[in-house]
Design a binder for this molecule. Structure first.
Ligand code: NDP
Ligand code: 8X3
Length: 251
């Protein structure tokens, strides 16, 4: 059945790939991100393929704006079936004792508090309708810390705890809750992590064939379309030559 899917951070990488795959699946999309011009461009491209797309430009850290935008959705867009909590980032790879306070705040405010805000705003409607699916983009980084990953890993461990907690809290409803945990995915992620140092970012994917946003989006669409009695609770997706957050074999 054709669903309404809200994706945070849909302007790039995994979020954009999810937008394209859900659109191919015939779903209606609410795409969010901070970059309004980029959102408009994506909306236009998807509309040309026949997709029905709404865009909302806001920062997930801005609780007031998030509340206003979600609250003001027109009636025909209010019944969100799938929430993909994807917006997130890593900043820095320093040892914990040398980390940057501002980077820490940005990661915690986006990856944890932004995800919580969106969950708090969207899930009550799902509970009321006894229908819905929350797909949180966690990470292999949430399973075990790696060198320099400290605060980023902690935010993704929090995503795991919040996803598990939400699954418990809605277990008496028909709502499903999924934690999708990618490993190395080549997106804008490392450029952001290294504050625009593109050659350092490129090194992250040297000697290994990384995952793509599409690889992750395929699983998100699969989980959202599984039979109603099937809850894909958690999926760890790694590149073939990656065994964990810190074991990567480069050739
Ligand atoms: P990208 O940098 O390519 O995309 C990140 C997206 O998040 C962008 O659309 C960006 O949009 C959005 N975003 C960032 N901060 C905010 C904010 N404050 N408010 C709203 N939107 C925001 O990276 P990925 O696609 O790789 O990352 C997506 C998710 O996947 C993240 O949660 C990341 O932690 C996770 N992940 C990534 C992995 C990887 O190896 N790439 C592996 C495991 C998990 P805009 O700038 O327009 O706001
Ligand atoms: C992103 C994956 O392990 O490269 O969450 O930080 S990792």
């Amino acid at each position: 059945m054709n669903k309404i899917v809200l994706i945070t951070g849909a302007t790039s990488g995994i979020g954009l790939a999810c937008a394209r795959k859900f659109a191919q699946n015939g779903d209606r999309l609410i795409l969010t991100g901070r970059n309004e011009a980029r959102l408009a461009e994506i909306r236009k491209q998807l509309a040309e393929t026949g997709a029905d797309v709404q865009t909302l430009a806001f920062d997930v850290r801005d609780r007031e704006k998030a509340q206003k935008y979600i609250g003001e959705l027109p009636a025909e867009w209010r019944e969100i079936d799938v929430l993909v909590n994807n917006a997130g980032l890593a900043l820095g790879l320093e040892p914990e004792y040398e980390g940057d306070f501002e980077d820490w705040d940005t990661m915690i405010d986006t990856n944890i508090k932004g995800l919580l805000t969106m969950t708090r705003l969207v899930v009550p409607g799902m509970v009321e309708r006894n229908r819905g699916h929350i797909i949180n983009i966690g990470s292999v980084a949430g399973d075990a810390a790696y060198a320099g990953g400290n605060v980023y890993c902690a935010t993704k461990a929090a995503v795991k705890a919040l996803t598990d907690g939400l699954r418990i809290d809605v277990a008496d409803t028909a709502i499903r809750v999924t934690n999708l945990k990618p490993g190395l995915v080549e997106t804008n992620f490392s450029n952001i992590r290294f504050h625009g140092d593109n050659s350092r970012a490129a090194n992250v994917y040297k000697g290994i064939k990384p995952l793509t946003g599409d690889d992750i989006a395929d699983t998100a669409v699969y989980a959202a379309n599984a039979p109603e009695h099937v809850q894909i609770a958690e999926v760890l997706i790694l590149a073939t030559h990656q065994a964990s957050g810190s074991v990567i074999v480069r050739k």
